[in-house]
Ligand binder design. Structure first.
Ligand code: NOJ
Length: 756
């Protein structure tokens, strides 16, 4: 008998030649009840010496490296391969069955190389870029021994008062689904679930399941009410997409949905997640959420909370200790069926096996130095940062092509470094960041302006009188204002979407004395910028852009990079308008075209800047929308194409967006649904035909039971630079095959310029 045969017989779960399911089942069969329960308990920051007894007893199966409940707002010392190896050694060598741990951490938008916050990455509308950022984050985090990230966040966020809007992909379901899938592929090392055992791959976690983006009043953790049709068409859709793409884990959310906390929601966690969406991996609770069932008034104590959460389908209790403290007793007392425990443990063991941890639980300690913040990673971060820059208004001052004589950079973000990271940055270091002011100096200082070198002066706005003095002398002022990262992220909601107190006044005073004022607003959320509507020569919005934020912003201001960012969320004029999103339902009383612009007595009800909006440095026209057929039957495909022309003098990256509107359906459907995006590069004067393939699936919706419905009826297709603009054509969906091959001009194609 060979050594391999012996292993296979004695410890079959260690035999890599056996199928994962068999290995997991064999291991489960060898475990005591206490050991099983241990696999369902996640602790924070274990220490191999302090927790030696617990490690030997297998009291916990996974751990989160986090500095506390509000980890996203506090930097910590992080983890290192050597520390992780010590922990793994203790788990593997001192426990009876030698089961390795999974080390988890919130790697949300980069690790040592910090990319823009997800909302900023979303502004790129570029799935490839998002995939690359996640891949690099995984490469760097795995070098520190982290094999599980709690990302991506897929909450469709319609109320920007909610601080966590920074962590997601904005207001749109299609965008959240596509970018969410890209992030999962990046973290997990490829499509179809990737290869989790690859040393640079980590398990992703789709969170927060589900509907968290709709917390009442934007108040974090507050209640949510969503009807079944909205749930299926809007909030479950990104989860469906990433589950189809093989996401390894799911996190249940903190809030109550229709008066039942998600942590105890049987219908959501079992019927929808397992039966409808077909998810088979482990579900982890959010931090302390099992214990919080007491605060929700659902359980009298942690034991009661454990029963509810496990029965609902939460496999892993993140840090409460309710499972580890009570489940064994509850099984013994006959309150909890051991089969429920087994089912959850199997999912955890399967994940550990898929991660290859039984083959190699350790991390090469030399890898971090080789992969952290490499020039290649910085290059990607710079490109991503430039993509998070959205030019909202420009009277021609941008790009700052001819070297200005004197540039003055001012405002709280002028010299900021770590603040450029944004929320949830646990491993970035402020000293790695080049500030906007430093990047301006690097780019412009010394460049010749009619034989005189450009001068760059800087102040951080602490003394507005000094700023104004400089602004008066300078021929370009770049004012960098906006929100501190602690105003967005977890537990950081705001009641007002205005700029922080004092900033508008400062800008108004600057505008009075500057020749050319470029206002750059850095933020973790969509803001209401009504008071900046006419202020200065240009208005630029940047979602917290990460470690290369200074360079990325200046690349766009200078024109070294194209102005390609587009809004992943509508910007309201004023806070009272939210929630405000392009894909709202029609009312029964459409507004008269010649009537007032909205229903408020005191304001319009349209956005100041709509979803998808962003200016490039050259105008682009959309003409000649053509459909390959005007009728679409089942199983058929219609191609919709448009001619986009760069009519300016600079190259552009144009984000061509396809929207659909169903006019007759069994449910009332949104006035505008994004169903496709193409990014094209156009040289000055160049025109291109940009096409989209449309079948009935693309135009479908789901009914109250989650079933896909492909219903006949007239649709308007719109190909546009942003929601509500562009050219339109009518397409009729029919229930029996139409005559294929019909080619027709789009009926009534027309250009709707935005009216602002
Ligand atoms: C709470 C947050 O809601 C969640 O997003 C995060 O992953 C966990 N804490 C762990 O830090």
């Amino acid at each position: 008998m060979t050594a391999h045969d012996v292993t296979s017989r004695v410890r079959p779960w260690s035999d890599p030649d056996l199928p994962v399911a068999r290995r997991a089942a064999a291991l489960l069969a060898a475990m005591t009840l206490q050991e099983k329960v241990g696999q369902l308990h996640q602790v924070a920051n274990p220490d191999p010496e302090r927790d030696a007894a617990a490690l030997a007893a297998g009291t916990f199966g996974t751990c989160i490296v986090a500095s506390g409940q509000h980890a996203g707002n506090v930097r910590d010392t992080g983890t290192q391969a050597t520390a992780v190896n010590d922990l793994q050694r203790a788990a593997v060598q001192t426990s009876r069955l030698g089961i390795p741990l999974i080390i988890a951490r919130d790697v949300i938008h980069g690790h040592r190389t910090v990319f823009p916050v997800p909302l900023g990455q979303a502004a790129s509308f570029d799935a490839e870029l998002v995939r690359d950022c996640a891949r690099v984050a995984a490469r760097e985090a795995t070098a520190d021994g982290v094999r599980w990230t709690f990302a991506p966040m897929l909450d469709v966020a319609q109320d920007p008062r909610w601080g966590r809007v920074a962590e997601g992909w904005g207001e749109d379901v299609w965008l959240a689904s596509h970018l969410g899938v890209a992030a999962v592929e990046g973290f997990q090392g490829g499509p179809d679930g990737g290869d989790l055992a690859a040393p640079e791959a980590m398990a992703a976690c789709a969170k927060h399941y589900v509907g968290y983006g709709l917390v009442q009043g934007g108040r974090d953790y507050a209640e949510v009410d969503i009807g079944p049709i909205t749930l299926h068409n809007r909030h479950l859709r990104p989860f469906r997409a990433v589950i189809d793409a093989g996401v390894a884990t799911v996190m249940s959310a903190f809030h109550t949905l229709d008066a039942v906390p998600v942590t105890a929601h049987v219908a959501l966690l079992r019927e929808h997640l397992r039966d409808d969406l077909g998810f088979t991996g482990p579900v982890v609770s959010d931090w302390g959420a099992v214990g919080e069932l007491r605060h929700h008034g659902m359980a009298a104590d942690d034991g009661g909370a454990a029963v509810l959460a496990l029965r609902a389908g939460v496999d892993i209790d993140m840090v409460t200790g309710a499972y580890s403290g009570h489940l064994a007793r509850l099984v013994g007392d006959g309150v909890v069926d051991e089969a429920l425990v087994d089912e959850a443990v199997l999912r955890v063991l399967t994940l550990k096996l898929r991660l290859g941890l039984f083959e190699d639980p350790y991390t090469d300690p030399s890898r971090a130095a080789a992969v952290h913040l490499t020039p290649e990673h910085r290059g990607l971060a710079r490109r991503a940062a430039a993509s998070a820059v959205v030019v909202l208004r420009n009277d021609g001052v941008l790009p700052l092509e001819a070297p200005p004589r004197h540039v003055h950079v001012t405002g709280p973000f002028a010299t900021a470094t770590g603040e450029l990271f944004g929320t949830w940055t646990l491993d970035g270091r402020a000293e790695d960041v080049v500030s906007i002011a430093a990047a301006v100096s690097e780019r412009f200082e010394g460049t010749a302006h009619q034989d005189r070198p450009t001068r760059v002066t800087v102040d951080d706005g602490r003394f507005p009188d000094e700023s104004h003095l400089r602004a008066r002398e300078a021929d370009v002022v770049i004012a960098c204002v906006g929100e501190h990262p602690l105003r967005s992220g977890e537990a950081n909601s705001v009641a007002s979407l205005d700029l922080p107190p004092g900033q508008v006044e400062h800008l108004e005073a600057l505008a009075r004395v500057s020749r050319r004022l470029v206002v750059v607003v850095l933020t973790g959320r969509p803001l209401a910028l009504e008071r900046l509507a006419h202020l200065g020569s240009a208005l630029v919005l940047v979602f917290h852009p990460g470690v290369e934020g200074g360079h990325g912003v200046v690349d766009v201001l200078s024109g070294d990079a194209p102005a390609s960012g587009r809004l992943p969320s509508s910007l309201p004029w004023t806070t009272g308008q939210v929630p405000l999103h392009h894909d709202h339902l029609p009312t029964g009383r459409p507004l008269h075209p010649d009537g007032p612009e909205g229903r408020y007595r005191d304001h319009r009800d349209t956005a100041q800047y709509p979803f998808g909006f962003g200016l490039g440095y050259s105008p682009v026209t959309y003409t000649d929308l053509v459909l390959s057929a005007t009728v679409l039957g089942p199983g058929e495909v219609v191609r919709a194409s448009v001619r986009v022309t760069n009519v300016g003098t600079r190259p552009v990256v144009e984000t061509v967006q396809l929207y659909a509107r169903a006019h007759v359906s069994t449910i009332s459907r949104p006035v505008s649904e994004l169903v496709g995006v193409r990014r094209v590069v156009l040289a000055p004067g160049e025109q291109q035909e940009v096409g989209f393939e449309i079948d009935q699936h693309v135009l479908s919706h789901r009914d109250a039971l989650g079933r896909e419905r492909r219903e006949p009826g007239p649709f308007t297709l719109r190909i546009a630079p942003y929601a509500g603009a562009g050219v339109t054509a009518r397409l009729d969906v029919v229930s029996s095959p139409a005559r294929t091959g019909t080619t027709g001009e789009g009926g009534g194609a027309r250009l709707d310029p935005i009216d602002r």
